[in-house]
Each structure stands twice: as C-alpha cells, then as structure tokens.
Design a binder for this molecule. Structure first.
Ligand SMILES: [Zn+2]
Length: 343
C-alpha cells in the first residue's frame, strides 16, 4: 500500500471510529443530553424559519426569479435569467438538493457560479456544477483555494476540491445575465479576506455570508471572523445597502434590516462589556493568588475572569432576545477581549 493510500485509509478508519463513538454516545447517553438541553435557554420562536419539506430542503422565490434554498442550517441563492441559472455557493450540507431545487424550478442550465468566500463548508460541493460554467470569485478567494493545505480541501465537511474561479476581481464586478443583474463588491474582511457582498438591486436582496445570523447569536468566536474590527464595522456596511431581504448563509430563515440592527446592538454591547470587564477585573489581585512563576497560568486565570465577566453582563440583557446567547456569548467575549487588547 502506498504511503498516501495508507494515510487515507487510516484517516477513514479514524473518522469511522469517531462517528460510531458519537452515535454510541447519543444512543446510550440520551438522558444526560436531554438534561443538558433543558439547562439551556429556550429558543425564541422568532429564530425559526420554514420547515424543510420531506425532500429535505425548502426552496422559495423571494422575487423576480431570485430564489433561496435551505435545509435549516445553510442557505444558498440562485436566479433564473432566461439564459441560464446563476447560483451562489455550494454547501455540502445541502449538497445535491441544490440541484434538485433548481431542477424543480426551471429547465435552464447552470451557467454561472459565484463563490461568496473561501470557506469549505459553503463551497465544497461545487464540483457538482457544470464544468463549463463561469466561476466567479474575489481574487483573495482564488488565492486561498489555490493554496496547499495539510488535508484535502473540503474533506472535513463532507465535500471535496472545487473548480478554480475562472473570473476574479478586486473591488467590484457587475454580473448581467439575461434579465438579471447582480452587483458584487468587496468592502473589506467582514468575515475573511475576499468575502463578497452580493446585491440584487431589482429584488432588493443582499447576500452576505457568515456575518449576520437572523434571530440567533453568531456562530462561535464572532463566527470565526478573522478581523474583529472589520466584523463589527460590517454591520454598518450591510445597512448602507438598500436591501429588504438578507440571505445570511446560515440558520433557517431570511434576515431583515431589523435583524442586522439587533445584532449590531448585541455586538456593540459585547464590545462595551469586554472593555468594562477589563477595567473591573483586578489583575494584581489575581496575580497575588496565582503568583508569577507560571505566567501563562496567570494570564489564563486573568483572561478567563475577564471573559466571564463580559459574558455575564451581556447574557443578562440578551437571553430570550436572540437564540443560543447562553451558548456562544462567552466565546464572543473571548474574541472581543483579545481584539481590544491587541488590535
Ligand atoms: Zn465562512
């Protein structure tokens, strides 16, 4: 067996052991899991979207040939143009159901594919699209997709390598196909370098992925934003568009301007509370207890205390207003505290 083959077989075995272990855990420890669920704040009704049909997905026209598809966790957009379909992203979690959703809507072939950003959980099923389609992305996305990684791209999210972009741009790009227009823009690293703002002026629909989470607290660590100040500023970048509907890439429902305003208030609260916590928590008092001999233990104890103080102050106001605030606010505080200290 070749060394690389042996490595792949070992990886697959390891995955199998992990997955079967997880299944065993959920089966034998059902009760503790239920108890854990009960310990967390209930999900507000406003966080839920349409229930996916028995087919496993929900597809709906937002307006004038612009559709969104979700399986309840991820979201994609596609447009019929009269000359071919434009589709944005390919999360493996929805996978071939995107093709099914398009097929039940139109006979037009897929001619254009847009990559919102380089993260595999949103792209790694793109090899299912036609090879001769035009693939459009920001230059930074193309660069990231071309880089060597220790493991194959998309492997851990159930997908695989994707077609490299055939059209790239640096700041703005207007895509006109048939009767549809999409204005693509790069306004800064709202989430990661190269993440696009995709605006449909006719339908007043804006698609920005992994920044806003309608009805929910963002995914862990400010949705793994690479540049915290840009993530914070991105709320205003989004509000500067004349959109009525936001396709945010995650959770089961569409977003509104109000959702963006609410999340902005929550994030600014985290920023304020992180700063307050740094003033309240007494570093010298902690150093007296922990000592200076293990400096990493000292900093870990201090920062944990700051993060917890920030989370405590934020959760008090926000539990019940956004879903899962008690799950991820502490991680947002960790990320914000680090950013305030060094950015
Ligand atoms: Zn992402």
């Amino acid at each position: 067996m070749k060394r690389s083959n042996r490595k792949t077989v070992l990886m697959k075995l390891l995955m199998l052991v992990l997955v079967s272990g997880m299944i065993a855990c959920t089966q034998t420890k059902k009760e503790p899991m239920d108890k854990k669920m009960k310990m967390h704040a209930p999900i507000p009704q406003a966080a839920f979207g349409p229930t996916p049909s028995k087919k496993g997905y929900h597809v709906e026209e937002i307006g004038s040939g612009l559709y969104w598809v979700t399986e309840g966790v991820y979201q994609v957009m596609f447009l019929t143009t009269g000359e071919g379909v434009i589709v944005v992203d390919a999360p493996p979690n929805i996978g071939k159901n995107i093709l099914a959703a398009i097929k039940e809507t139109t006979d037009e072939p897929i001619t254009h594919v847009i990559y919102s950003h380089a993260h595999a959980d949103h792209l790694a099923a793109a090899s299912m699209y036609p090879k001769d389609a035009i693939y459009i992305a920001h230059e930074a996305t193309a660069t990231r997709l071309s880089q060597d990684t220790p493991f194959p791209y998309g492997q851990f999210v159930g997908g695989g390598p994707v077609p490299p972009p055939t059209v790239t741009f640096d700041d703005t790009y207007t895509l006109v196909v048939g009767n549809q227009i999409l204005e693509l823009a790069y306004n800064g690293p709202a989430h990661i370098p190269g993440n696009l703002f995709i605006y449909a002026p006719k339908q007043k629909v804006l698609m920005v992925i992994d920044v806003i989470f309608p009805g929910w607290t963002p995914f862990k660590w400010l949705a793994v934003a690479e540049t915290v100040p840009a993530f914070v500023a991105a709320h205003d970048w989004i509000l500067s568009y004349e959109f009525e509907t936001l396709i945010s890439g995650h959770v089961g429902r569409l977003g509104t301007r109000k959702d963006v305003e609410v999340q902005k208030e929550y994030i600014l609260d985290i920023q304020t509370n992180a700063a307050k916590a740094m003033q309240i928590v007494d570093f010298n008092a902690i150093a007296k207890k922990v000592g200076y001999s293990n400096i990493w233990l000292l900093f870990d104890t201090y920062l944990n205390a700051v993060d917890r103080k920030c989370a405590e102050m934020t959760e008090k106001k926000w539990i019940g207003k956004l879903a899962a605030v008690d799950v991820f606010t502490l991680s947002h505080c960790e990320k914000m505290v680090e950013s305030l200290r060094i950015d």
